[in-house]
Design a protein around this ligand. Structure first.
Ligand code: SF4
Ligand code: SF4
Length: 191
């Protein structure tokens, strides 16, 4: 009969030899392979007691960055949401009121910013699209949960802490071009 694919195998129906029919050599061979693995270095680790270092450019849970003065960088332009192939990002924009200049860097900010971590495929497109260097992916993992709705991450989980020593380091994710661009204080963006 003509083969449909090149992957099919012809099954042999040859009669078993004496040693094959008592299965003992095959069982001993299998046991030998199993015992050999006892003495090999384990590839698994005990999570959560043990952690494994991830790459600095690992694409894990997002962070919404603050600027050097602690103001939220996001200006609710919506480009990240537009570029997201999974439609995981939603936000509601608001206008900054007088006296809130120390909270938000731009006149417009996101009063609500949510990422559905069940939809996110951690592609990093939001990070690439952001013109304000506000959103970055990090080496942090999204915690496992039992309820689906707990995977909607709001600003409480996404915005980085105000304290300078607790800020999330994303310098390894920034390209040399971006770092050079940031040095130019003549640009409004960098003031
Ligand atoms: S990493 Fe990709 S899928 Fe996840 S929120 Fe950003 S753009 Fe959407
Ligand atoms: S994170 Fe960046 S791209 Fe997304 S709304 Fe804020 S400023 Fe715009």
């Amino acid at each position: 009969m003509e083969k449909l694919t090149g992957r099919s195998k012809v099954v042999s129906n040859k009669k078993l030899s004496f040693w094959e029919s008592i299965y003992l050599p095959a069982i001993i061979g299998g046991m030998f392979i199993t015992i050999k693995h006892f003495f090999r270095k384990k590839v698994t680790i005990n999570v959560p007691e043990q952690t494994r270092k991830r790459s600095d450019v690992y694409r894990g849970m997002h962070v919404l960055k603050r600027d050097d003065e602690g103001r939220e960088r996001c200006t609710a332009c919506g480009l990240c949401a537009l570029s997201c192939p999974a439609e995981a990002i939603t936000m509601v924009a608001a206008e900054r009121k007088p006296g809130e200049e120390h909270l938000y860097r731009e006149e417009k900010y996101a009063t609500i910013y949510e990422i559905n971590m069940l939809r996110c495929i951690f592609c990093g497109d939001c990070e690439e699209a952001c013109p304000k260097e506000a959103i970055f992916l990090t080496d942090r993992l999204v915690e496992s949960e039992y309820k689906r709705k707990t995977f909607i991450y709001g600003k409480d989980l996404l915005v980085e802490p105000l304290e300078k020593d607790k800020r999330i380091d994303v310098s390894k994710r920034q390209t040399p071009e971006v770092l050079e661009f940031k040095k130019n204080k003549k640009l409004t963006h960098n003031k």
